[in-house]
Ligand binder design. Structure first.
Ligand code: ADP
Ligand code: MG
Length: 228
């Protein structure tokens, strides 16, 4: 469970990025965090991965208060999270297989396991046939699938995605969102940051809306065109 309790964040520059934010996300949920540019969405994710500290309030993940976590435990904590960015952040001098395998190599997974797990994961994201391709020869949607495969390969409990469809056309964006929904169906908690109202309306579900650092609504939206 993720608990963000009375969190405010003011950067050293004086920018007030978050103001009295309260959000609870249960295990297995799929949640959108929506809001215009500058509303504090990325800051929220950076607090969750302990890349930034709140100015006040608490961030608690699976009963661990992040402010109290020892520095040497941060890498282990981050491995319980999968993270996906708008700009994919792939290793451009390595092929698809190696990009995904790398995340396992760095945590010492044996090669024979990697040889099984990476093809399985590439199949899950629909990229089996591209395992030898270099990132620059893939479409944006395919590159994001590689990034998602990499984020998931070590079986994180939570997947955090910061504008994962921000660089994609609408069709690819919808397909990536469907993939994230499938991943959620398999049990991973998924938190997706987006500024796209269109995407959110198409997918539906729990939508937390931020505006100038505050949560202004937290509601369940029906998928557009569906009544239930
Ligand atoms: P969003 O992801 O919703 O666009 P951000 O969390 O990136 O919003 O930014 C929220 C506010 O905090 C903005 O006013 C932004 O300029 C400011 N901000 C973000 N990161 C920094 C930083 N590293 N230093 C100073 N101000 C920042
Ligand atoms: Mg952002």
């Amino acid at each position: 469970m993720i608990e963000i309790v009375d969190v405010s964040k003011t950067y050293g520059t004086g920018n007030r990025a978050l103001r009295d934010v309260n959000i609870t996300i249960g295990d297995g949920e799929f949640v959108f965090i929506m809001g215009r540019s500058g509303s504090g969405k990325t800051t929220l994710l950076r607090l969750l991965i302990k890349e930034e500290e709140p100015t006040s309030g608490d961030v608690i993940v699976n009963d661990i208060m992040l402010q109290k976590m020892r520095r040497r435990h941060i890498p282990r904590y981050r491995r319980t999270l999968g993270i996906v960015f708008q700009d994919f952040r792939l290793l451009n001098d390595r092929n698809v297989f190696e990009n995904v395998a790398f995340a396992q190599r760095v945590v010492g997974v044996p090669l024979r396991t990697i040889r099984e797990s990476v093809p399985e994961m590439l199949k899950l994201v629909g990229l089996s046939s591209k395992y030898k391709a270099m990132p620059q020869h893939l479409s944006g949607g395919e590159q994001q699938r590689v990034a998602i495969a990499r984020a998931l390969i070590n079986q994180p409990e939570v997947l955090l995605a910061d504008e994962p469809t921000g660089n994609l056309d609408h069709q690819n964006a919808v397909e990536i969102m469907k993939l994230l929904l499938d991943i959620n169906q398999m049990g991973t908690t998924v938190v997706v940051v987006t500024h796209s109202q269109e995407i959110v309306e198409q997918i539906g579900g729990r939508v937390i809306t931020m505006d100038r650092g505050r949560v202004i609504s937290d509601e369940i939206k029906n998928r557009s065109g569906h009544e239930d």
